[in-house]
Design a protein around this ligand. Structure first.
Ligand code: NAP
Length: 183
């Protein structure tokens, strides 16, 4: 698959490396922007509050399958939208999914050593299912469908709850394979 990642940080860069190892062809796009016309799938992994600015710099998004991995930490979705994922869809008018936002990038390096695949939520459009579920498995996760794109704002909000659990010292009940020093 030809995959473009927008955002080259922990999540964008980390998943790009995992997918490249799984045999996919990656294009990495940062603040300089770029063109995704040739991509079969696009991952957006920029700070949640920067989503509009980031997409402004990307050409060729129309009709694309886009996976939005952003979280809204101290930020709100663009005005008029319940979630960043729904904002993404308004820009692409293509199949859209929310995924990779509730697992920590610090643990990507361990995924292939684990005795079983950790679960990873995705919600979104049915037309995105095959791509999202394949890219979950190719990264080392077992995808868990969490409903339509209407659930994206709830999935975005889930991270706030998980931060609370981790700060309370119970992170291993959510991320059972995580060493305590990585949460
Ligand atoms: N870290 C995690 O474990 C984790 C897990 C799940 C979800 N998330 C979410 O995933 C997103 C990315 O997190 P991260 O940890 O990968 O952050 P990060 O390491 O800070 O990387 C963010 C990337 O986005 C780029 N960026 C910022 N503004 C941009 C713009 N306007 N256009 C294009 N690229 C832009 C940054 O470029 P510069 O380097 O030039 O600033 C950087 O490459 C966030 O929404 C975060 O909440 C994070």
């Amino acid at each position: 698959m030809r995959i473009a990642v927008v955002g080259k940080g922990n999540v964008g860069g980390g998943l790009a490396d995992l997918w490249e190892r799984a045999g996919h062809e990656l294009t990495r796009i940062g603040r300089e922007g770029g063109d995704v016309t040739g991509a079969d799938a696009v991952l957006v992994a920029v700070p949640g509050g920067a989503i509009a600015a980031a997409l402004d710099g990307v050409q060729g998004l129309e009709g694309k399958i886009v996976i939005d991995a952003t979280n809204l930490v101290g930020a709100a979705p663009p005005a008029g939208f319940f979630s960043n994922a729904e904002f993404v869809k308004s820009r692409t008018d293509g199949p859209t999914a929310k995924s990779f936002n509730v697992n920590f990038a610090a643990l990507y390096g361990r995924l292939r050593e684990l005795p079983s695949r950790p679960s990873n939520l995705w919600c979104g459009d049915e037309e995105a299912r095959d791509v999202v579920e394949q890219l979950n498995r190719d990264a080392g996760y077992e995808p868990v469908y969490a409903g339509s794109l209407d659930n994206a704002s709830t999935q975005e909000g889930l991270m706030q709850l998980i931060f609370g659990i981790v700060e309370g010292g119970m992170g291993r009940f959510v991320y059972r394979f995580a060493p305590p020093d990585q949460l």
